[in-house]
Write a protein that binds this ligand. Structure first.
Ligand code: SF4
Length: 408
């Protein structure tokens, strides 16, 4: 037995253990076990610093999970978009392929609780019909292995799946969605990496939510995957009491980059049965993004997305940078709230690109300017040294033309 398998075996998972370790009353522990069982392996448990901390919240069951039974079991409508067992086909050229119901830890915020935990929730018998579906749909060029966690499979089983997928000529890219580098990094072994590198291009989407999850072990695991030639990206879920402040997210994103993991998505937590206590306001997410862009490397900035309920797909949400846009110009603000005008490119020889008649601009735009800033001085702006107190003024888009900092 490999070390990671031994650690799984040593996980906290039973009602007795929940009562003993976390002082959850027995009746609640039994209800939670029925609803969505626990699995906390010794590695992830060792990251907890105090009860209720951001690591604890992600893995230790809480009775509030039992209080929002009205929410969705399948918030992203994955089951309705499943043409055959184990496959979700939502986007034109890619499919989600569920290959196991098991995970190295059962995250309390999981949106796939209906599929995760008991081994019968995802049938291994469904694999054959899934392969047949992928084979018969030439438009599928990207297969995302998920579950559960595909790295819960043995190397042997995983390799069988990769071999089979690589026999399908139109499958160009294989992605593996795995939380193992974060929750059980001991799973990333030299043997696993040597096997994976035979089936490139393989991309890894991992999942870290808090800077405390970045340890020497998880860092080593991610770097081993990168050394094996896998581009490694990270999906993070924004969660109340876990990571819903700009400093935590910034530290996390910067630390991910240091271990060669590219921040990919920052998700709003989905409306999910038993997990609504993790949801933050959308405004919180937008404010966090506003404090990332410009304040740290662009490489460290994920897409902030809402996975549209009912299966509408990921929709990116941006802080408001466009203050005004007409046929002649766009008025933007930068990360310091300075306002810039950028003129539209117009090809006069192309009638389609000739500017339309200038329309009167009626709307007023709120911008933050120094109290003593003057119009027409080429700055909106920071005054001489940016020390002027700021005020919010409402001005029209036409006025802003005279206050341009940079004109192209
Ligand atoms: S690893 Fe993923 S699928 Fe498994 S419990 Fe956590 S969020 Fe759910």
């Amino acid at each position: 037995m490999e070390l990671w398998q031994q650690m799984l075996r040593d996980s906290v998972h039973s009602v007795d253990q929940l009562v003993e370790k976390f002082h959850i009353d027995r009746a609640t522990a039994e209800q939670i076990d029925q609803f969505f069982q626990a699995r906390i392996n010794p590695y992830y448990m060792s990251l907890i610093k105090y009860p209720g901390d951001p690591i604890w919240k992600q893995c230790v069951p809480d009775r509030v999970e039992l209080e929002d039974f009205d929410a969705f079991e399948d918030p992203l409508n994955e089951d309705a978009m499943s043409p055959v067992p184990n496959i979700t086909h939502r986007y034109p050229d890619r499919v989600l392929f569920l290959v196991t119901s098991q995970c190295g830890m059962y995250c309390r915020f999981c949106t796939r609780k209906r599929k995760v935990g008991n081994s019968d929730k995802i049938s291994m018998k469904g694999l054959e019909s899934a392969f047949n579906y992928i084979e018969s749909h030439a438009e599928i060029r990207d297969v995302i292995l998920s579950g559960g966690d595909p790295l819960m499979l043995t190397d042997y089983m995983l390799e069988k799946i990769l071999i089979r997928l690589r026999q399908i000529p139109h499958v160009e890219i294989i992605r593996i969605g795995t939380k193992m580098p974060c929750v059980l990094p001991q799973r990333i072994t030299p043997k696993l990496c040597s096997m994976i590198k035979k089936y490139h291009p393989i991309y890894i989407n991992t999942h870290f939510n808090h800077p405390w999850e970045i340890t020497s072990e998880s860092s080593r695991a991610c770097q081993m995957l990168a050394d094996a030639g896998c581009p490694v990206g990270c999906q993070t879920v924004l969660m109340k009491g876990v990571n819903d402040d700009p400093d935590t997210i910034k530290e996390l994103m910067q630390k991910l980059l240091k271990m060669r993991v590219k921040p990919y998505y920052l998700y709003m937590a989905d409306e999910t049965k038993g997990a609504n206590h993790f949801r933050t306001s959308i405004r919180t997410g937008i404010e966090i993004m506003d404090k990332l862009r410009g304040h740290t490397s662009g490489l460290a900035i994920p897409y902030f997305v809402i996975d549209a309920p009912g299966g509408g797909g990921k929709i990116p949400i941006l802080p408001e940078y466009v203050l005004h846009h007409d046929d002649e110009k766009i008025i933007l603000r930068n990360y310091k709230n300075q306002v810039y005008v950028y003129k539209e490119a117009v090809d006069k020889n192309n009638p389609k690109e000739k500017p339309a008649e200038k329309k009167p601009v009626k709307e007023k735009i709120s911008i933050s300017v120094p109290a003593n800033a003057r119009n027409g001085n080429g700055r909106n702006g920071n005054g001489k040294n940016g020390k002027h107190p700021e005020e919010i003024r409402k001005i029209s888009a036409e006025e802003i033309t005279e206050m341009t900092i940079i004109e192209n």
